[in-house]
Design a protein around this ligand. Structure first.
Ligand code: G6P
Length: 470
């Protein structure tokens, strides 16, 4: 699709593009931010962030504005730790038992969405494009539409779309859907989620039609479209790190430090949806069963601490640390540590060295919207070697069918899949898989994703205006 840079753009997200650190204000981590920044620079627009810290929003140096909303801390906590990460996140990831629905948190969620819609309405020039991001802000599209019908509104839902059965337990399911339908275009990662969205519309009795892969929901004189737009990564950036001599030297040091055996790697935010504890438990069972694994395999888990104000996350961290301690106690020796846990975030150069050092990446979330680590591992490695173990329940599995796929809920299946990627002799089939994966990942660039989504958004709205004129 032809890309064009949007002229008037407002982005609304929970996270700001910059964060303040002890070393000053730096760009926030993550591919999404790197994809949106150049667009924003060109568009000279406004970035509205609801969960940002104010210090990081002094953007006098920048060609666009960043506005951090002043949200009282108790409201922010009820919105972020409560409704967003204590209700919507577990719901979308199939952890219904973890969900807590509390009226006060729902009110805070609505209030934060209102504040974001107000700020977008104030900052958007006539006819501007507003692109809203993720489950923390799902009510913004309809609220903004009511304030500013002239705007073109896009929304991207970055996590799985919940099954209709799960959605039934959300007391405000219909408000959630109506909120999203305020957008002209709602993006989800893969067609599977679009089908689940259609099921939700059916459950709620909302009329819709299909147009190719997209769902069209008439809303008065306009329509909302729901489509699959798989996100990607900065493919060339990761590939460049993978070719860097210093990174390669660091990778060699890591391998030597780990004793020269087979290296397994996992990289996740410490989130129960990522299946970290279950993966460690599966690795422990592998060590119980296989003398070869005990001798030759080391597992490195990078776990970035996350959302520690939410009880389920604090409990998870304890479970992870307990599993690592237990494995170490049972199978470790003076000079041999079967598992390493790094509970901190890594710079991308450091991460790239681990991607190069690893014989296999274990990407085995219980559920995941997409999972960019799977892409990064493949993109960083200069040669078609290494193995990717990937959950069937991650969105990435839909776009990476050549990975070693595993059902993360199948205990024995997970142990044998880890054993296979760790220890099975390499065959020409492995290189063919990796070549195919590389080709797939290189077609999924995050910059292309962002500009194509925006181009599609403009197209959808142009069509609407044209059909009204005829
Ligand atoms: C996921 C979500 C993002 C979120 C990120 C980090 O990728 O889709 O919206 O920003 O996790 O979570 P946090 O709660 O730290 O923003």
């Amino acid at each position: 699709m032809k890309t064009r840079s949007p002229r008037r753009l407002v982005i609304v997200s929970a996270r700001a593009p910059f964060v303040s650190t002890p070393n000053g204000i730096v760009r926030a981590p993550g591919g999404l931010i790197s994809a949106l920044l150049p667009l924003m620079r060109r568009a000279r627009g406004t970035w509205i962030a609801t969960g940002a810290d104010h210090d990081a929003c002094d953007t006098s140096e920048l060609p666009f504005r960043v506005r951090a909303l002043s949200i009282p801390s108790s409201m922010r906590a009820a919105w972020y730790a409560g409704a967003s990460n204590g209700a919507l996140w577990p719901l979308a990831h199939g952890f219904v038992e973890v969900c807590r629905f509390q009226a006060e948190q729902t009110r805070a969620y609505l209030d934060v969405c209102r504040a974001a819609a107000d700020a977008a309405a104030e900052n958007a020039p006539p006819g501007a494009i507003v692109w809203i991001h993720d489950y923390q802000l799902a009510l913004v599209p309809a609220l903004l539409r009511a304030r500013r019908p002239d705007l073109t509104i896009g929304f991207f839902w970055h996590i799985p779309w919940p099954a209709a059965e799960s959605l039934r337990v959300l007391p405000w399911a219909s408000e959630l859907i109506e909120g999203l339908l305020g957008a002209d275009l709602v993006g989800l990662h893969v067609p599977r989620y679009v089908r689940a969205f259609r099921d939700a519309l059916d459950e709620l009795g909302i009329t819709h039609t299909s147009d190719g892969g997209s769902i069209v929901v008439p809303r008065g004189s306009r329509a909302a479209r729901i489509e699959a737009w798989p996100i990607g990564i900065d493919v060339e950036g990761w590939a460049k790190l993978g070719r860097d001599e210093d990174v390669a030297a660091e990778a060699a040091r890591i391998r030597a430090d780990l004793g020269g055996g087979r290296v397994l790697l996992a990289v996740d935010r410490m989130d129960y949806a990522k299946g970290i504890a279950e993966r460690l438990e599966a690795f422990e069972r592998l060590l119980e069963q296989s003398a070869e694994a005990r001798e030759r395999v080391t597992f490195v888990q990078i776990g970035v601490p996350s959302r520690e104000t939410v009880p389920a996350y604090r409990e998870l961290r304890q479970r992870i640390e307990a599993a690592v301690g237990r494995i170490q106690g049972r199978f470790g020796a003076l000079r041999r540590k079967p598992v390493h846990l790094f509970a901190r975030s890594f710079e991308s150069t450091e991460l790239a060295a681990y991607y190069l050092a690893a014989d296999a990446a274990l990407v085995t979330p219980r559920r995941d919207g997409m999972n960019l680590v799977a892409f990064e591992y493949v993109a960083t490695r200069p040669r078609p070697n290494g193995r990717l173990l990937l959950s069937t329940t991650a969105g990435a599995a839909d776009v990476m069918p050549e990975a070693h796929l595993v059902n993360p809920y199948d205990d024995e299946g997970l142990v044998s899949a880890i054993e296979h990627v760790a220890l099975a002799p390499e065959t020409p089939g492995d290189a063919a898989r990796m070549d195919a994966l590389k080709a797939r990942v290189s077609r999924l660039s995050v910059e292309g994703w962002a500009s194509d989504f925006l181009a599609r958004l403009s197209q959808v709205t142009d069509e609407r205006v044209a059909s009204r004129a005829t």
